[in-house]
Ligand binder design. Structure first.
Ligand code: ADP
Ligand code: ZN
Length: 754
C-alpha cells in the first residue's frame, strides 16, 4: 500500500460532497481505501469513509484527519465500487448508501468485544497451603482448592456459580496473589448453546445433478459466467443444491453468501447450513435483524477477519464483508421483502447480481415461482435457466380445489369463513389425525368498524386506511392501524352520527382462529402471525408443537407460507385468495400466483399426498387458474404479455417520485413544478435519455405518516438508461428549492405503488 499524503472521504452526514484531508505521518501506515476515520468537519468532528488515496490535493484549507477507526479498512475496493453503483442507480447520496453497507455498530466503532474475566491460579499452590488457609478463611480455602485443580482458565462467573461462593472471596484470593484474573474477549454467539448434527451430501437425482453441474462449471470460470436462475418446484431439492454448490466454492478456496427472506431465516434453515458445514465451528455466520448490537459486531468481525466463510442472512447480508467471494445464492428470489423500503431503496437480488459482476463470482437465484423480472431475463438469455420439475420424494403436486365463494354466499347469506367443503375436509383430517394449515393474509379480528347507520368507517387519522380490531392482549381490545401502528379505543357510539350502530366487518386471523376453535371444539388450534409471535421463543415453540403433532390446526399469515417442512400436513386452506388480487398494483396477479403456489407447497410433503382448498370470489382469474394447474410457463407467458402491453416492468423501468407535505396544496404545487422541470430536462436531453413514455400524477390513497403525497412515475426504456434517468432526476431535484416542509423521495424500480 502506498503511503498516502491525502485522502478523499465521504462524511457520514448528508452533505453531497466528498472532502479531502491530510494524513498525518503517524497514521499513514494504517490507512487505506475503505478505512473508517474521524475527521474535523466544520467546528465538530465526524466519522467518514475513505474512498481514495491521493498524492496531492487541490483543496484549500486542508485539515488533518484525527484518527483511524478500527484496524483494517472496513470496506473493500469492490464494495466501494458497489456503493457507487447503488448511489447512481438508485438515485441516492453515497453517504446514505454507506449506512446500509456498514452496520451502525461498525460505523460508530463504539461497541467492542465483550470482555469477560477468567480465573487461573496465581502461582503453583500446594495442599498444605490450602489447609493452612482453611483455618483462618474456610471459604477462601474452598475456592482456592477449586482453582488449584483447574486445567485451564475458566470464566470467573462460572467458577463462582459452580462453587456457590462470592466475588468477595475471589477478590481476597487475588489480593493474596493466589489467584489471577484476566480479561479476555469472548464471542457472543447467538447459536452457542445449540448442537448441530453434521450432515453429508445427499446423492442428487438427475435434475439436481444437472443444475449443480451448471453451477460448478460457472465456479470454474466465473469471469464470464451468467447468473443462474434455478426454477424448482417446492420440495425439488433446491436447498441441497445450494449446500453442494457452497461446498464447491469452499473447495476452490472461495466464500459464499446465502440470502433468504427474513421470514424464512428460521432455526430450521440455519441448522441445515450449520449442520452441513459443522467441521469448522466459525465457518457459518448468521446475520438477521434480531441480533443485538453486540452480536452483530461479533458476527461482522467474524466475517471481516476471514474466520467465517459462509454467511447466511436476510436482505442486508448481501453486503457481508467476505473476501474472495465465490458464490451468492438468493433463495426465494421473487420475495418482495428483498426490496428495502427506506433509502437506499435497493433490491437485494439485483444487488447480488451486480456484486457478483464486480467481484467476478457466481450468482444463483432460486425460486419455485421466479419473479417476472428474472424469468424474463432467463428467456432473453441474460441468465441461464436450470429447472427442477420433480419433487425429490416424487410425490404428486397437491390437488388444488377451488371453492367459489359466490355460490357459498347464495347458500348461507352471510360470508362464511369456512365453506362447507373446507369444513368437511378439516373434519376428515382431524379424524385421520392429520394436520391442517389455514392461511389468511390479514391479521386481527375484524378488519373494520363500520357504522350501520351512516356508513362511516373508523379510519386511521394518519393513513386513511380502516383500523383493524384486535381482541388479543398485545392490542387488548383496541383498534389499530397496520401501516403506522396508531391505536385507538373502540368508541361506544359512532363519532360521526352519534348512533349506537357500530358493527364489525371483515375478518382477520384472530377471528379465523376463534371460529375454527368454535366449530371444532376438540381440536387444538393455534395462530401464528406477527401479533401472536412477538416473542422469539413463541415462534420456535409453536413450530415445535406443530411438528410434534400437538397442534391439529395452524392458522396464520404469510409467516407460515414459506419454506417450512411438515410431513403430516395434508390439508391447506386458503381462506380468501382475493386479498392480494384486488390491490391496485400491477404485481397483484403475480403475487397471488406466487402465494398460492408457495402455500400449496406446504401440503403433502410426507407420506400422504396433499389437498389445497382455495376460497375465492374470482375463481376464473388467471393467477388462480394457472396456479391450480401448476402451470408456471403458462402463467408467465400470459403475464409477460400483459406487462409488455402496458409498458410495465420487466419491459420498462419505473422511477417513483413521492412529494410529501403536511399541506396538500404545497405538495401539489411542488409536485407540479417538479413534473414540469423534469419534462423540460427530459426533453432537453432527449438524446441521452429516452423520452418517458408514460407520465402520470395521481394523489395517493393514503397519507403516509400524516402527510399528503403525490407521486410521479417516469418510465424509461433500456436498462442503461435508468442510470441516466436517475441522474437527471437527481440533478433536477438538486436545482429545485422546495419549501421547508416538503420532502421528496425517489424510488427506482418501486414495489409499493400503494
Ligand atoms: P426445496 O429447497 O426445493 O424446497 P429441499 O432442498 O428443502 O427442497 O428438499 C426437500 C427435502 O428433500 C429435504 O428434506 C431434503 O433433505 C430432501 N432432499 C433433497 N435432495 C435430496 C436427494 N437428492 N435425495 C434425498 N433427499 C433429498
Ligand atoms: Zn396509520
Amino acid at each position: 500500500m502506498m503511503k498516502p499524503a491525502y485522502v478523499r472521504v465521504v462524511i457520514d452526514r448528508a452533505i453531497h460532497r466528498e472532502l479531502d484531508y491530510l494524513v498525518p505521518e503517524t497514521l499513514a501506515e494504517r490507512i487505506g481505501v475503505g478505512s473508517r476515520v474521524r475527521v474535523p468537519f466544520r467546528d465538530k468532528s465526524g466519522l467518514a469513509t475513505v474512498v481514495a488515496l491521493l498524492e496531492q490535493s487541490e483543496a484549500k484549507g486542508i485539515r488533518p484527519i484525527e484518527a483511524v477507526v478500527g484496524d483494517a479498512p472496513a470496506l473493500s475496493e469492490p464494495m466501494l465500487e458497489l456503493a457507487r453503483w447503488i448511489s447512481a442507480y438508485y438515485c441516492c447520496p453515497i453517504e446514505t448508501v454507506m449506512r446500509s453497507l456498514l452496520p451502525q455498530v461498525i460505523r460508530r466503532g463504539e461497541v467492542g468485544w465483550k470482555k469477560q474475566l477468567f480465573v487461573q491460579p496465581g502461582r503453583k499452590i500446594g495442599d498444605e497451603e490450602i489447609e493452612k488457609l482453611r483455618k483462618r478463611a474456610p471459604r477462601q480455602a474452598e475456592l482456592l482448592e477449586a482453582i488449584s485443580r483447574l486445567e485451564a482458565p475458566i470464566r470467573a462467573a462460572q467458577l463462582l456459580r459452580q462453587t456457590s461462593l462470592d466475588n468477595q472471596t475471589l477478590r481476597a484470593l487475588v489480593k493474596r496473589g493466589l489467584a489471577e484474573l484476566r480479561e479476555e474477549a469472548v464471542v457472543r454467539d447467538p447459536h452457542a448453546d445449540e448442537q448441530f448434527i453434521a450432515t453429508s451430501n445427499l446423492i442428487l437425482n438427475q435434475e439436481q445433478s444437472r443444475a449443480l453441474h451448471e453451477i460448478t462449471q460457472a465456479l470454474d470460470s466465473p469471469e464470464n459466467a451468467r447468473p443462474i436462475l434455478l426454477h424448482g418446484v417446492t420440495g425439488s431439492g433446491k436447498t441441497e443444491i445450494y449446500l453442494q454448490a457452497i461446498r464447491g466454492a469452499l473447495s476452490r478456496g472461495r466464500t459464499a453468501i446465502v440470502l433468504v427472506p427474513e421470514i424464512s431465516l428460521t432455526p430450521q434453515t440455519v441448522e441445515r447450513f450449520k449442520g452441513r458445514f459443522a467441521e469448522a465451528q466459525d465457518a457459518v455466520a448468521v446475520l438477521h435483524s434480531h441480533l443485538s448490537e453486540g452480536e452483530r459486531h461479533d458476527e461482522w468481525h467474524k466475517i471481516h477477519s476471514g474466520r467465517a466463510h459462509i454467511v447466511i442472512g436476510a436482505r442486508s447480508a448481501v453486503f457481508a464483508p467476505l473476501k474472495n467471494l465465490g458464490l451468492i445464492v438468493v433463495d426465494e428470489e421473487h420475495e418482495t421483502t428483498y426490496k428495502q423500503e427506506d433509502a437506499p431503496r435497493y433490491h437485494a437480488r439485483d444487488i447480488a447480481v451486480v456484486r457478483a459482476k464486480i467481484e467476478k463470482c457466481v450468482v444463483v437465484l432460486g425460486s419455485a415461482t421466479p419473479s417476472l423480472e428474472s424469468y424474463h431475463n432467463a428467456l432473453a438469455g441474460k441468465y441461464r435457466l436450470a429447472t427442477l420439475t420433480q419433487r425429490v420424494d416424487e410425490k404428486q403436486m397437491p390437488l388444488m380445489r377451488i371453492v367459489d365463494l359466490r355460490q357459498e354466499r347464495r347458500k348461507e347469506k352471510a360470508a362464511a369463513i369456512l365453506s362447507e367443503r373446507l369444513r368437511a375436509a378439516i373434519a376428515d383430517r382431524l379424524e385421520k389425525r392429520e394436520q391442517t394449515i389455514l392461511f389468511l393474509n390479514r391479521r386481527g379480528f375484524s378488519t373494520s368498524l363500520l357504522c350501520s347507520n351512516c356508513g362511516e368507517a373508523r379510519n386511521c387519522p394518519n393513513c386513511s386506511v380502516a383500523l383493524t380490531f384486535h381482541r388479543h392482549p398485545a392490542a387488548a381490545g383496541r383498534l389499530s392501524c397496520h401501516l403506522c401502528g396508531h391505536t385507538a379505543a373502540v368508541p361506544k357510539k359512532c363519532p360521526a352520527c352519534g348512533k349506537d350502530a357500530l358493527i364489525y366487518a371483515g375478518f382477520g386471523t384472530e377471528k379465523v382462529e376463534s371460529t375454527v376453535a368454535h366449530i371444532f371444539p376438540k381440536a387444538t388450534v393455534r395462530r401464528m402471525d406477527a401479533d401472536s409471535m412477538t416473542r422469539k421463543e413463541a415462534y420456535r415453540e409453536t413450530l415445535r408443537n406443530f411438528r410434534t403433532g400437538k397442534i391439529d390446526i395452524l392458522v396464520g399469515t404469510q409467516m407460515i407460507a414459506k419454506g417450512l417442512h411438515f410431513p403430516n400436513v395434508t390439508l391447506v386452506g386458503i381462506i380468501n385468495a382475493d386479498l392480494a388480487l384486488h390491490l391496485p398494483d400491477f404485481r397483484a396477479g403475480e403475487r397471488t400466483f406466487q402465494l398460492l403456489t408457495q402455500v400449496a407447497g406446504r401440503a403433502g410433503r410426507g407420506e400422504t399426498s396433499g389437498e389445497v382448498f382455495v376460497q375465492t370470489y374470482t375463481p376464473f382469474s388467471p393467477s388462480i387458474q394457472f396456479a391450480r394447474h401448476h402451470d408456471f410457463a403458462g402463467y408467465f407467458q400470459q403475464e409477460l404479455e400483459f406487462r409488455e402491453r402496458c409498458d410495465f416492468p420487466p419491459f420498462k423501468h419505473a422511477i417513483l417520485i413521492t412529494v410529501r407535505s403536511a399541506h396538500e396544496g404545497r405538495a401539489k404545487l411542488s409536485a407540479e413544478t417538479l413534473k414540469r422541470r423534469l419534462k423540460e430536462a427530459l426533453a432537453y436531453s432527449a438524446e441521452a435519455v429516452p423520452k418517458p413514455e408514460a407520465y402520470s400524477t395521481a394523489p395517493t390513497l393514503r397519507k403516509p405518516l400524516g402527510l399528503r403525497s403525490l407521486r410521479e412515475a417516469a418510465k424509461a426504456g433500456p436498462e442503461e438508461s435508468i442510470m441516466r434517468l436517475s441522474r437527471l432526476v437527481r440533478e433536477t431535484l438538486d436545482k429545485l428549492p422546495f419549501p421547508e416542509d416538503v420532502t421528496v423521495t425517489v424510488d427506482v424500480d418501486p414495489y409499493q405503488l400503494l
